[in-house]
Design a protein around this ligand. Structure first.
Ligand code: SF4
Length: 390
């Protein structure tokens, strides 16, 4: 049984029981050992990984270079299936696709693919936003997932499978970016879907390593971003990891009183403690930290909030970046600020020397924000209590 008290943050969850070995949750060394235990020569692991991650096949029967007996044994004893797709939605502009996936135990999670054209700062990207938990224990009021409560941690294989799903889609149907480049693979990952990645620390890190390994999808660590509400022990652990992933902090308010109104985690980890951990992180890794700030009209979007935020971040100024995110409409009824309010907020930060950007809104027409599709689907599936009781 998982301990969900705050002290369990960043501890390991037990893997979900499964009768077949989940190869997507194995490091290359584990795959070698698993095959070795079954009497297979060392080179089989490379062949198997090649079929899974280079050829992206979904069925052992297609692995033609493997002996028929091994293919049959794999089909009996292992799986590369991943969660079952329940719903796939594409935004009107074709640049955001969202999946509702059903895990083996029936729980639902969301995964999003976001396609970004090239900019002056870089080439076109295909970014997958993955979930690390079913539900979430942290209850941020602006987040649909936060209203569901926590179900369970995802296994490394369930996290990797979300990326594999879109890797297969892009292979079969590459995206033609406006500059003419064909994007046929996943280029970036953001761990910003359902759940708090550092609450599921060990499984998240294992999934990152599998996705980064040369025998796997080989996605560069610098193209991966882990986003947290500010779990201090997890940030400090991440600072010691040799994997050079990016760190993003969901800050969303310039002071504790205001942050507490939307993010109950502030009670346990006040902003000062989070920023201290970020300072350690930047010292250890020499890497920039991104601060995510959801703009809520009338709540945290005024000039005095921008000034307070700039002041708060001034000790980290050279190594931080603020990403402003106009809120998506959710059940909590928040509204995004006007374009003018967003521009004024940015200008105040800029004048104080805080680098910032606005995250382009994605997929509003398909409820792309974390947890919205899940909420919509479960509402559809559940009878309306008011109606059924009347
Ligand atoms: S924003 Fe992240 S941490 Fe907060 S409730 Fe949503 S999923 Fe959980």
């Amino acid at each position: 049984m998982l301990d969900l008290t705050p002290s369990s943050e960043t501890t390991t969850a037990t893997d979900q029981p499964t009768t077949r070995a989940d190869l997507l949750g194995m490091s290359f060394a584990e795959m070698q050992a698993w095959l070795g235990e079954r009497g297979q020569p060392a080179f089989r692991a490379r062949q198997l990984a090649g079929w899974i991650y280079d050829s992206l096949v979904a069925d052992f029967a297609e692995m033609r270079t493997l002996p028929a007996m091994l293919r049959a044994q794999l089909a009996r004893e292992a799986t590369i299936e991943g969660p079952r797709m329940r719903t796939e939605l594409a935004a009107k502009d074709g640049r955001t696709r969202k999946l509702l996936l059903e895990l083996a135990d029936g729980r639902l999670i969301e995964t999003v693919l976001m396609l970004y054209p090239a900019t002056s700062e870089g080439r076109a990207r295909a970014t997958v936003c993955v979930s690390t938990q079913a539900g979430c224990a942290y209850g941020c009021t602006f987040c649909a997932t936060g209203q569901m409560g926590f179900d369970r941690h995802l296994t490394p294989g369930e996290i990797v499978a979300q990326v594999i799903y879109f890797a297969r889609e892009l292979r079969h149907q590459p995206w033609q970016a406006p500059d003419g480049e064909q994007i046929d693979h996943v280029t970036n990952l953001v761990f910003m879907g359902m759940g708090e990645p550092l609450h599921n620390y060990d499984h998240t890190l294992k999934a990152l390593r599998i996705l980064n390994m040369p025998e796997g999808l080989n996605i560069g660590a610098r193209h991966m971003t882990v986003s947290t509400v500010g779990l201090v022990p997890g940030i400090l652990r991440l600072a010691e990891e040799p994997l050079q992933v990016n760190l993003a902090i969901s800050l969303h308010a310039p002071n504790n009183a205001m942050r507490l109104r939307t993010m109950p985690v502030t009670r346990k980890y006040p902003i000062e403690a989070v920023l201290d951990a970020c300072r350690v992180y930047t010292e250890r890794t020499n890497r920039q930290v991104t601060f995510e700030y959801v703009l809520l009209a009338g709540e945290n979007d005024r000039a005095e909030h921008a000034r307070e935020l700039a002041q708060l971040l001034s000790p980290l100024k050279q190594l931080c970046h603020v990403n402003l995110i106009p809120v998506n409409a959710t059940a909590a009824g928040y509204r995004p600020p006007s374009g003018e309010a967003i521009r004024a907020f940015r200008e105040t930060l800029r004048r104080s020397g805080v680098s910032n950007s606005v995250r382009a809104e994605r997929g509003d027409d398909i409820a792309a924000a974390c947890g919205q599709l899940h909420t919509r689907e479960t509402r559809k599936a559940a009878p309306d209590r008011t109606e059924s009781e009347s």
